[in-house]
Design a protein around this ligand. Structure first.
Ligand SMILES: Nc1ncnc2c1ncn2[C@@H]1O[C@H](COP(=O)(O)OP(=O)(O)OP(=O)(O)O)[C@@H](O)[C@H]1O
Ligand SMILES: [Mg+2]
Length: 373
């Protein structure tokens, strides 16, 4: 079992909060990824769960049991670090079996556990080698196998793939997904790589500045970001974000900005003049004629092989369109783009929070905003 709960957990270093009032409930068997920019508190959170540091306030529960102050060895958790810290003078088999040898299991029990973990991670052929005779990815798998032999309630991993080159990282990513599916143990996994998070996580907790901004499935965070921060963090190239005003025009709400006049498909019953931040993903802008809702001049076209990134200047803003190749875009020429109303995200320009439309025929209360965060 491996349910991990954090309740109002804060961690201060001096006067600064590395974590502030963090609540997180990780179900048994989840692959939860902690994602966020450098310094946002990911490693601190993991270290608190591992017992390598104590929170300043709040509680941490493992399967409902309070472990806030329990020493690491009393927590049924295995930690895999970025540096794999293998013993160079020991064989792969001895490295994998090490946690069991120090616990006085029988030789046969250790040999069986090592064989099982090695088979799961495709290391059976390498058991007699030394770490120096392995590739980076193989070493990483040995470190993982060493964590697995203990059959822990959960794995804690801090950027375990960041030392690997791009190709190996992608291969090891697939392996980790596979291992998780087979053993079904809880994974709490730290990364600042959004591709890792999107591909591996059952849920992502996106952190910013010591707080959790949003927790949800990769699709939820990508499709319904709760704030400008989440919207801008996930996606490459990032979501187009710009200031606009929502106004009523012929009974419909429109988002208006220089070069932009998008009908939102929402009925307008009264005059409105509402400042918003608009978010549109580059792949949701579709090239159309120059009478389209979004117009500008093409400033650059990047060829990605399979697709093109078309950068356009709308008068004030620079927007990016992701289109299949070859497109009709030519540098210096005018271009138009359309977008479906459901693909237009609206945020409060002051708080950055996502806005939701409140129908106006809900009981009229004057002075209320048209959108609520
Ligand atoms: N032992 C410490 N003493 C003082 N400040 C610390 C300590 N450990 C971490 N911090 C601070 O706490 C904040 C969070 O650090 P943390 O290592 O958790 O970030 P991170 O999200 O893991 O970043 P990265 O992606 O760079 O690894 C940072 O501002 C960091 O400087
Ligand atoms: Mg870190």
């Amino acid at each position: 079992m491996g349910r991990i709960q954090l309740q109002s957990v804060s961690k201060k270093f001096g006067a600064a909060y590395a974590l502030e009032q963090v609540d997180l409930d990780i179900a048994d068997g989840e692959f939860l990824v902690l994602l966020g920019p450098s310094g946002c508190g990911k490693s601190t959170l993991l270290r608190l769960v591992a017992g390598l540091a104590e929170p300043s306030s709040g509680r941490i529960l493992l399967d409902g049991k309070d472990i806030t102050a329990a020493p690491p060895r009393e927590r049924d958790l295995a930690m895999v670090f970025q540096s794999y810290a293998l013993y160079p003078h020991l064989s792969v088999a001895k490295n994998i079996g090490f946690p069991l040898r120090s616990r006085k299991f029988s030789r046969q029990h250790i040999a069986d556990a090592v064989a099982t973990a090695a088979a799961a991670l495709d290391l059976s052929e390498l058991l007699s080698r030394r770490p120096a005779e392995l590739s980076g990815g193989q070493r990483q798998r040995v470190a993982l196998a060493r964590a697995m032999v203990r059959d822990p309630g959960a794995f804690l991993m801090d950027e375990p793939l960041s030392n690997l080159d791009a190709k190996l990282r992608s291969a090891t990513r697939t392996e980790l997904i596979d291992v998780h599916r087979r053993i079904g143990t809880t994974f709490l996994y730290v990364t600042h790589d959004q591709v890792e998070a999107m591909t591996m996580a059952t849920r992502i907790a996106l952190m910013d500045n010591g707080r959790i901004e949003q927790v949800g499935t990769p699709a939820e965070l990508y499709d319904t970001p709760r704030s400008v921060f989440v919207a801008g963090f996930l996606g490459a190239p990032p979501m187009n974000l710009f200031d606009a005003t929502v106004t009523a025009h012929r009974g419909e709400l429109h988002a208006i900005a220089p070069g932009v006049n998008i009908a939102l498909g929402i009925e307008a019953k009264a005059h409105t003049d509402h400042p918003v931040t608009i978010g549109i993903r580059p792949e949701k802008l579709h090239i159309a004629d120059t009478h389209a809702p979004v117009t500008g001049d093409v400033t650059a076209v990047e060829n990605l092989g399979s697709e093109e990134l078309i950068h356009i200047h709308t008068g004030v803003n620079t927007l990016c369109i992701r289109a299949s190749r070859p497109s009709t875009a030519r540098v210096g020429a005018p271009i138009g783009a359309r977008v479906a109303p459901v693909d237009v995200h609206l945020f409060d320009p002051e708080t950055g929070r996502r806005l939701t439309w409140v129908p106006q025929d809900a009981p009229a209360r004057t002075g209320e905003p048209l959108f609520v965060a």
